[in-house]
Design a protein. Sequence first.
Length: 258
Amino acid sequence: MGISITATMISCGNTPEKNDTPAEDLQAKKTIQGIWVDELEGDCVLRAKGDTIFYTDSLSEPVRFHINADTLYLESSHPTKYHLNKLSDHVLRFTNNDGDEISLVKSNDKSLVALFEKVEKAVGHINQGELIKRDSVLNAGDKRFHAYVQVNPTSFKVYQQSINDDGVTVDHAYYDNIVHIALYDGAKKLINRDYRKNDFSAHVPAEYISKCILSDIIIDKVTEEGVTFVAILSTPDTYTSYHINILVNTEGKVKMSV
């Protein structure tokens, strides 16, 4: 079964409005359903289920797709498209980002489904999905401060795109955090509030804010003037980060600096 393209002509006395977007090929979507493996090496590459494509790579997000004529469209954070050279019940060939043809065959091995079950991400230098609490007593001269930091995971996703081993653009999703900090001078409350990454937009370029997460806020130093925290805004998949100083003085006034 190959890709079929159906053209419908309408005649009703008036010229129909021009539509440059062809109708979705539902037969092709039905044909692509299943698990596809590399034709030569036998490695599991992707699974099409319903209107979604899944990858075995635990970092890669599932992506909605549709097929129009001879083109596969992936509706990722920055949509991409791939020319289908062949799509049949058992063969899938398409041209990747590098202009190379990727040749896949459909597998009937049901045990391969387990490969698409997501496992915990190892992201190294950024906090992901972990509730972190820190409670510290800080002394400076005759001052005794009590500082509290809590990193709260959220469900807000930040997407980073990369090219996988098959030359296909995929989304890696990371989760932002909200960090609560509190500081007391004895019984006097100096600060008690949540910080989000947008709270640092005056000190970080707007383009960077959209791509980063608030990874942590740590205690940097203490003086009789007050306590300096450092907010760490990191870009996933890179080692780029901004460190913003948050000085909370003994009057509870906050001053930020890079």
